[in-house]
Design a protein around this ligand. Structure first.
Ligand code: SAH
Length: 213
């Protein structure tokens, strides 16, 4: 086996051993090459189960966390999904394999531009990326079946909760930005919102407003 093939095998093994069991999620993560989303110095570590630095002082999430969040979101092929925090674009690319359409927003224009270039290169045509402040959601495309926030919020943002369909699911890390956060699954029901705490995670903060870059 080549070194590359072996690294990819280990990548999938790490996902399973950390609790990513959903067959469709594993298939999506086998198909989307994380190596395409990690540039420069860290490219050779793309298949390790580690978060890695990307441009603009942000990070690409740890693959097992991407897997667990995607699994918790229970996406199906009819779903319209909103992601807040495009970052490298990796999470959106994984979602694109499971959903009908993915909208992904980031406050850094540079990250959106670079992620879109990778989506184009990989032929992922069901992703719409936009430079925008995700704390306001995306009212013109709402409501969404699923919403994934990949930056830590102090509370699930109100405008985003409002953009969730009845029966819809949101997954969001909640807590103080520089501490360990709780990954929360929010389900919109007839009577309000149900909250389940899934596990501890550590994400960069959700910051209001656009960045200069
Ligand atoms: N999902 C990404 C990792 C996200 S890192 C991946 O797969 O690589 C968190 C991202 O959230 C950062 O890129 C940061 O710029 C973005 N972010 C933080 N606050 C935001 C906001 N208010 N609106 C949109 N994006 C935001």
């Amino acid at each position: 086996m080549t070194q590359d093939a072996e690294a990819k095998m280990q990548f999938l093994f790490a996902l399973r051993s950390k609790g990513v069991m959903d067959k469709r999620v594993l298939e999506a993560m086998e198909k989307i090459d994380r190596g395409a989303f990690v540039k420069g110095l860290f490219a050779e570590r793309a298949y390790e189960d580690m978060p890695l630095p990307i441009a603009c002082g942000q990070t690409i999430s740890q693959p097992s966390v991407v897997g667990l969040m995607t699994q918790a979101l229970q996406v199906d092929a009819r779903h319209k999904v909103l992601e807040i925090g495009t970052g490298s674009g990796y999470q959106a690319a994984v979602l694109s394999q499971l959903a009908r359409r993915v909208y992904t927003l980031d406050r850094h224009r540079r990250l959106v531009k670079e992620a879109q270039a990778v989506f184009d290169e990989l032929g992922l045509t069901n992703i719409t990326s936009m430079a925008a402040d995700g704390t306001r959601g995306l009212p013109e495309q709402a409501p969404f079946d699923r919403i994934l926030i990949t930056a830590a919020a102090e509370d699930p943002p109100g405008p985003l909760l409002e953009e969730l369909k009845l029966g819809g699911i949101m997954v969001v890390p909640v807590g103080q930005s520089d501490a360990v956060q709780a990954l929360i699954k929010v389900t919109r029901t007839e009577t309000g919102f149900e909250y389940d705490e899934l596990r501890q995670v550590r994400f960069v903060p959700l910051v209001e407003g656009m960045s200069a870059d």
